[in-house]
Design a protein around this ligand. Structure first.
Ligand SMILES: Cc1ncc(COP(=O)(O)O)c(C=O)c1O
Length: 419
């Protein structure tokens, strides 16, 4: 549905809630101004209603999470069903059956498909054995932590190459790989310093391998730079990384926390280039709204973790939460049923900007211009976000279920505000 505004934006109730929140929440967290934020009350499909009853068209999918639509009925039914049965299990001690099902599903969606189809030969074919194994996590950052630890165990080399502009999360390990000075600078003295950040070119990657004193065990890459401003690499970039990693016995980690699950018009963005990583990080859209994520790796690589003798080396209290698993299975089911990879591919040109599928970025002059467009869109009932390290990229990641009518309306409004 198109937007329907009943009050000025933000309305009086949103503004009152913002004043209250400001008194209690860490002042660095929610940005509050006269024009920002609105408080979300409910959401359905591509629409969000705020605390003042205004209806918005959501071009963010709430950070790329609500890919199968907000409050998707099948995902909500799975959540309700699971909430009535078992809300929490003992992740790495006494788990729940859904963890098995989700691990199987994730394996068959990723390495199961890739190693059957890819021209790249798997390092070891293992008959009936699964082609990949999973480490569950609660957030994208944690999935990245799990991949970094796996690479360390698999190679014995602590160094990691990451790319300028990359965003891999803000926990300390992930932050070390994240290249944004803004996030790193205040914490620099506490950063572990295993990551080097290089330009996305073959010569820079090769030089980083040669110059590393401690040895490079992994290259971590967002196949399409997401928060960094929706930048699609040149066609040879990911295949080059695969080649160079193979030459050096290093792990290629694809961070698909943002790009995964049909967002870019393929189930996973690496598929645009036919590249099979060693480790894949997923999160965000996986469950359509429950904090669950995963590091999925080639079975041979993941087996670098020693067999547990009763005390897992890497785990967390909520690992493999049953509600998260139930929602993820339902969300993946919806992506398949609605063929959302195809939808995002077919309709990608209806959204302006660069990018692939429903991950688009419109480059504007600077951060001020971008914020101005974001706030004017909000006042017209359209939710969008700024992105890019310089804050100058209007970022568009709607639910993948967005209709043609909604897309055309959004495109017209954006064209008017950015001309
Ligand atoms: C590519 C990528 N990796 C990792 C993360 C971190 O995920 P989370 O915020 O769930 O920790 C993000 C978040 O935006 C991301 O875009």
């Amino acid at each position: 549905m198109l937007p329907l505004l009943k009050t000025r934006v933000p309305g009086p109730r949103s503004r009152k809630l913002a004043r209250q929140l400001r008194r209690h929440e860490c002042r660095n967290t929610t940005f509050v101004s006269a024009a920002w934020p609105i408080f979300w009350e409910r959401a359905r499909g591509c629409n969000v209603w705020d605390a003042d009853g205004n209806r918005y068209l959501d071009l963010t999918a709430a950070f790329g999470v609500a890919s199968v639509g907000h409050s998707n009925p099948r995902v909500t039914a799975a959540l309700r069903r699971q909430a009535g049965r078992l809300v929490h299990a003992m992740g790495d001690v006494h788990p729940n059956e859904l963890k098995v099902k989700l691990a199987q599903e994730l394996s068959s969606l990723t390495f199961g498909r890739w190693l059957d189809q890819s021209k790249i030969q798997p390092r070891k074919r293992s008959g009936q054995n699964p082609k990949s194994k999973i480490l569950f996590a609660n957030s994208g950052s944690e999935a990245v932590e799990a991949a970094l630890k796996t690479a360390m165990l698999a190679t014995g080399k602590p160094g990691v190459i990451a790319f300028v502009g990359a965003y891999h999360g803000l926990t300390y390990g992930a932050l070390d790989a994240t290249a944004w000075n803004y996030f790193r600078a205040p914490f620099h003295p506490q950063l572990p310093g295993f990551a080097v950040h290089v330009a996305p070119t073959e010569s820079a990657v090769r030089a980083a391998f040669e110059e590393s004193e401690r040895g490079i065990g992994a290259v971590i890459v967002e196949p399409i730079l997401g928060r960094g401003g929706v930048i699609v690499p040149p066609p040879g970039f990911l295949p080059m990384l695969r080649r160079v990693c193979d030459e050096h016995g290093a792990m290629l980690i694809a961070d698909e926390v943002y790009t995964g699950f049909c967002r870019t018009g393929r189930w996973f963005a690496v598929e645009h280039w036919g590249v099979v990583p060693d480790l894949l990080c997923v999160g965000k859209a996986m469950s359509n709204g429950f904090p669950i994520a995963a590091c999925i790796g080639r079975a041979g690589v993941m087996d670098a973790w020693p067999e547990s003798a009763g005390e897992a080396l890497h785990t967390s209290t909520h690992l493999g939460n049953p509600i998260g698993c139930a929602m993820a299975l339902a969300a993946i089911g919806e992506m398949k049923r609605l063929k959302l990879d195809e939808c995002a591919r077919r309709l990608q040109d209806r959204l302006p900007g660069r990018g692939l599928g429903f991950m688009k970025g419109v480059e504007l002059a600077d951060a001020a211009a971008c914020q101005c467009v974001v706030q004017r869109l909000l006042r017209r009932g359209i939710l969008a976000l700024g992105g890019g390290e310089r804050g100058n990229v209007l970022t568009l990641t709607p639910p993948l279920t967005i209709s043609e009518k909604e897309l055309d309306f959004a495109a017209e409004e954006i064209a008017e505000l950015t001309k």
